[in-house]
Design a protein around this ligand. Structure first.
Ligand code: BZD
Length: 829
């Protein structure tokens, strides 16, 4: 098959759009939207003209979908997430429309290059990591599975910072993704909702003489909707990502202006606009940040008001709200939805408490993404009360009724009552958001088998005792459209060619058909060619951006994810240092040449994580400039790991590092993205690794380390890392080499916080797993030297990865959690 024909095979839907029509549209957009002609157009102008052209083509389907859903009054999923990381839209949308090839030809005819145009796109970095990316994968699958859905969130003006590396340190740069405009969004200035803050609650008597309670906020902000179409693959259906931007209400300005308070007017405007200004760049909550609580309430309130508006428009009453909407809370960040929905129903729509609670509890569903106790969200009651006084009253009433239920269920167990309360009274009074989410939801789920079962025995144990039927597992998944077809077209083509169809893109279980060819020398050769080409492309990119171009002939060993101690990038580093020493002492050691590649951002205030980035660079600097080891060992760091850069990494990796301490990584999703691209995993029995290993086969996965149970046991016995340090000469010398100043120009202080922490506390048991890790790595080293064997394992990883498609995950949510059916939209004749 020719390259073009192969690409076509992956694009099942047709728009009937001719090359000529597409070209005309691009030129029109360049002229009428950008105000440019081709000779003077910048790269960004060209990108925008193409993007507007694609967007226009999406709109027809999108509007058709909206009309159909409205007529049908379909049950709708409302995914509430404070974060979304959709990645660049252009290619994904072209794929969904089936116009990639035509668009490439048009670009060429216009003297441009689609690859270059594509590079110009700024991705919306509206999230921190796995949680935000998961939300984007789920939006993709909801549309593809033809399930009516709206993703609600915040339109941050500044998303996650851009990471640059200066002298080996991470430096954060503001993310100005909206600088050149955003062709994918449609502002809806008329779709605006007021959101209040502060003030007080009071009694009043309504016109029927009933005494009621109401909230008199002292600050009002408007939320304005910005819509981005999210199209399905191979279907007409398109859903909606609706993000809220905060603005000051006009009236506010005038009021202040009239009394001559010009400064006050401007200040109030800035305060209102601050709400959606910037994403908090932490992948763990930071205690008590007022603006963060305001952001959460802001987007939750706008979203619920929007749902209520739609329901009133369609049904005229809110009585069956829960039958129309399935609200999914992406972690506790939107958990205020439970209290806000109660307030809207009771205070503003005059519903009885009992009916409102019935509706609320039957609308909401909660996904937990972490077991780390420090990552469980709480808010000081005083702050909560100051910002949301009426909500605190409602929360207290929810709690009062809930704790009565607990008392009836567990007689004479006040300790349990205190443990389960929505208010933590132990250390300053705090609202426990996970408890609120659990009490107000019909279903609670974890994101991998192990995580869901640990949930029931650790942080949610009491809730599981009370309501076992509410607990579920839905193992995470990722979209093969973005992480295979868009990221790695040559691999997608090879798979389609081998299987004789492209149906696997919608039905990933069909990748199993590759298994029959795993030993085929022809396929193996082509498989290696694809991998080597991807490695070459990554090398070129790294060469351009870091000055170091890794040799594509070496094994690419990649760890790319947020930098966090529990993810143990420093375990990887200890192994590298050990290898370095080993090579220096045994210059003739038989070793597979390897390039260790790291990528990931550290939270700006997370000292240890930033020091780990510094250490990666320090070790790289010494190793990469040591000619004695250069043939065998190199270290690279990819700056600014985001969706776009991830797309360069996944196809190029031979080995994926998933080495968190067992019991700490809820699921992980990078593990799935790598394996889809034929990357083998070295990993612990943590999160979804366990299921991944079961799927791909134990022989095709490099397992090491303690189990979650062993970890617990070891900790209960009292973990003493200094004994391991003193007892293992290789481990000791690796730690000592870092402490010696070899990697820091003689400075013995710089990395002391890392080495001391490992020896004296080692909360993530790096030392305990070191030995097992090192042994497994030696096996990897040997296995890679047998290309046929390695390639076979690589093919089998891809062939057996089907379970980890987000389509499977969304189908499970639809059935087990939401009870919702697809609503296929027909394509126009
Ligand atoms: O969610 C991650 C988990 O750590 C992963 O194990 C899991 O695979 C993914 C998806 O389920 N959690 C996050 O990414 N969390 C955050 O980014 C976050 C952001 C703000 C506040 C708290 C957590």
């Amino acid at each position: 098959m020719s390259q073009a024909a192969k690409q076509d095979a992956n694009e099942p839907t047709r728009t009937g759009l001719s090359r000529g029509a597409l070209k005309r549209a691009v030129l029109d957009n360049l002229f009428y939207v950008m105000g440019r002609f081709p000779e003077v157009a910048s790269a960004s102008d060209r990108y925008s003209a193409v993007a507007y052209t694609v967007r226009d083509r999406l709109l027809e389907r999108w509007i058709r979908t909206a009309r159909y859903y409205k007529e049908r009054n379909s049950r709708t999923v409302c995914y509430l997430s404070a974060e979304y990381l959709p990645g660049p839209h252009l290619l994904n949308n072209m794929l969904n429309l089936g116009i990639t090839r035509t668009a490439g030809e048009v670009a060429r005819e216009l003297g441009a290059d689609l690859a270059e145009i594509r590079e110009t796109e700024e991705e919306p970095g509206l999230g921190n990591g796995g949680l935000g990316r998961l939300a984007a994968c789920y939006m993709d699958s909801l549309a593809t599975l033809q399930i009516p859905a709206i993703g609600y969130g915040i339109r941050y003006e500044f998303g996650i910072f851009d990471q640059v590396i200066v002298d080996g340190w991470q430096v954060e740069k503001g993310d100005t993704w909206l600088r050149n405009g955003n062709p994918w969004e449609i502002p809806r200035p008329k779709l605006t909702f007021p959101v209040g803050f502060g003030g007080r609650a009071e009694h009043y008597t309504d016109k029927h003489g009933v005494i009621r309670r109401r909230w008199l906020p002292d600050l009002m902000v408007n939320g304005v909707a910005y819509d981005t179409p999210i199209m399905g693959y191979g279907v007409t259906n398109g859903n909606l990502l609706r993000l809220w931007k905060s603005e000051a209400p006009e009236s506010f300005n005038f009021q202040a202006f009239n009394v001559g308070d010009y400064y006050g007017a401007v200040h109030a405007k800035i305060e209102a606009e601050t709400l959606s200004k910037v994403l908090y760049p932490n992948d763990e909550p930071v205690a008590g940040k007022e603006l963060r609580l305001k952001q959460q309430y802001f987007f939750v309130s706008c979203s619920l008001q929007d749902m209520i508006r739609l329901q009133l428009r369609n049904a005229g009453t809110l009585d069956r709200f829960h039958e129309k909407y399935a609200i999914q809370l992406n972690d506790t960040h939107p958990a205020l939805a439970i209290v806000e929905l109660m307030r809207l129903l009771v205070d503003e729509h005059f519903m009885s408490w009992e009916q409102a609670w019935e509706i609320t509890r039957n609308s909401c569903h909660f996904t937990n993404h972490t077991l780390l106790p420090e990552a469980l969200e709480t808010w000081p009651v005083a702050l909560f009360e100051r910002l949301l006084p009426r909500h605190l009253e409602i929360l207290y009433e929810i709690n009062r009724r809930f704790l009565d239920e607990v008392r009836v269920h567990f007689l004479n167990d006040e300790e349990r009552v205190a443990r389960m309360s929505l208010i933590d009274e132990s250390d300053g009074r705090k609202v426990r958001m996970a408890h609120l989410a659990a009490v107000g939801s019909r279903a609670i789920n974890g994101v991998a088998e192990l995580h869901s079962s640990l949930l029931k025995t650790t942080i949610m144990r009491d809730f599981h005792d009370l309501w076992p039927e509410r607990f579920h597992n839905v193992t995470n998944g990722v979209t093969p459209r973005r992480f295979m077809v868009v990221s790695n077209p040559p691999l997608a083509d090879l798979i389609s060619d081998t299987c004789g169809h492209a149906d696997w893109i919608r039905d990933m279980r069909r990748l199993r058909e590759l298994e029959a060819h795993a030993d085929d020398a022809g396929l193996q050769g082509r498989w290696r060619e694809v991998k080597t080409a991807a490695k070459g492309a990554l090398s070129d990119w790294l060469g351009q951006h870091t000055g170091f171009r890794p040799d594509p002939e070496t094994l690419f060993d990649v760890q790319a994810k947020r930098i966090h101690e529990y993810k143990r990038q420093h375990l990887n580093l200890l192994h590298i240092v050990w290898l370095y020493e080993h090579l220096k002492q045994n210059p003739n050691a038989e070793l597979t040449p390897r390039t260790f590649i790291f990528g990931g951002k550290a939270a700006p205030g997370y000292f240890m994580a930033k020091l780990i980035i510094r250490l990666i660079h320090a070790i790289g600097e010494v190793i990469n400039s040591d000619p004695q080891v250069n043939g065998f060992l190199r270290v690279a760091f990819m700056p600014d790991f985001n969706v776009k850069n991830g797309q360069r990494l996944y196809p190029a990796a031979d080995l994926s590092e998933q080495i968190s301490l067992a019991g700490k990584e809820a699921s992980g999703t990078g593990n799935m993205k790598f394996a889809m691209n034929g990357t083998l995993t070295i990993g612990t029995l943590d999160g979804a690794n366990i299921e991944l290993r079961d799927e791909v086969g134990h022989d095709n996965f490099y397992l090491f380390g303690m189990t979650a149970e062993e970890v617990q046991q070891r900790q209960a016995e009292g973990y003493r890392p200094w004994e391991l340090y003193h007892g293992d000469a290789q481990l000791r010398s690796a730690v000592d080499l870092i402490a010696s100043g070899l990697f820091s120009h003689g400075d013995t202080e710089l990395f002391r916080p890392i080495t001391e922490n490992l020896i004296h506390s080692d909360p993530f048991m790096v030392l305990a797993d070191f030995h097992a890790y090192q042994e497994r790595q030696q096996e990897v080293d040997r296995a890679y030297r047998d290309p046929n064997h390695w390639t076979r394992m690589s093919i089998l990883n891809t062939a057996r990865i089907g379970k980890f498609s987000s389509d499977r995950a969304i189908a499970e949510y639809a059935k087990k959690i939401w009870q919702i059916e697809p609503a296929p939209v027909e394509l126009a004749d």
